[in-house]
Design a protein around this ligand. Structure first.
Ligand code: ZN
Length: 213
């Protein structure tokens, strides 16, 4: 029997025990906090061989193991650029943000509505506006609203949370456009595009859900 939970379960489904530990995989640094957590039964070690599908919690009483239920992602993501200052400010405020752009994000809005209905994540990936080169951050879109501004033109306000760094070198030119199924050519990098959600976002999402030491 495989047990999956979005968060650490309060009780073990097998023995009804309430002592559930987080499994720490790999070879962590032995900090005083880690030692204390291990002693208290909050952390157990999983071993140093890590796979894509390891359990993340364990019942301390009966050793039953539990997997994390992963989020579903939309096939498409929205790529845009922002000045690094705006992105870093949102990151330092806990990863939530709200920005307005002077153009209607019509396709992105439609995908967001579908994602909302399906309970799936519609990711947004960011590059730095002052140096359009790498994909630096990603986040979960939590709202997209198109409205008409004072100048009579349509604009878009979008909100997001879970803003996370993309640690590896990932390039905007490698994003695959929804419209053509081809990568963005380096000479034609635009400030906005709907792209195929890159696999590395899914991988990062899983990794970033783990306990960090
Ligand atoms: Zn148990």
């Amino acid at each position: 029997m495989r047990y999956e939970y979005a968060q650490k379960p309060k009780r073990c489904p097998v023995c009804k025990g309430s002592r559930i530990a987080e499994i720490l995989w790999g070879l962590p640094n032995e900090t005083p906090k880690l030692k204390a957590d291990v002693k208290a039964g909050r952390i157990v070690f999983g071993g140093c061989i890590v796979s894509d599908d390891d359990p993340v919690w364990k019942c301390v009483s009966c050793n039953a193991q539990f997997h994390r239920k992963h989020d579903d992602f939309m096939e498409y993501c929205v790529y845009t650029i922002r000045h690094s200052h705006d992105i870093k400010t949102a990151y330092n405020k806990g990863g939530k943000g709200k920005f307005t752009e002077n153009r209607p994000w019509t396709t992105a809005e439609k995908i967001f509505m579908k994602a909302k209905k399906a309970g799936s994540i519609f990711p947004i990936v960011f590059g730095y506006a002052e140096r359009i080169h790498k994909v630096k951050y990603w986040a979960r879109v939590t709202d997209i609203k198109i409205s008409i501004g004072k100048d009579g033109k349509k604009n878009t306000t979008y909100s997001f949370d879970r803003l996370s760094r993309i640690p590896d070198k990932r390039y905007i030119k490698d994003l695959v456009l929804k419209s053509t199924r081809k990568t963005i050519s380096p000479g034609f990098i635009r400030p906005l595009a709907v792209c195929i959600t890159p696999d590395y976002i899914l991988q990062l999402s899983k990794a970033q859900a783990h306990w960090r030491y």
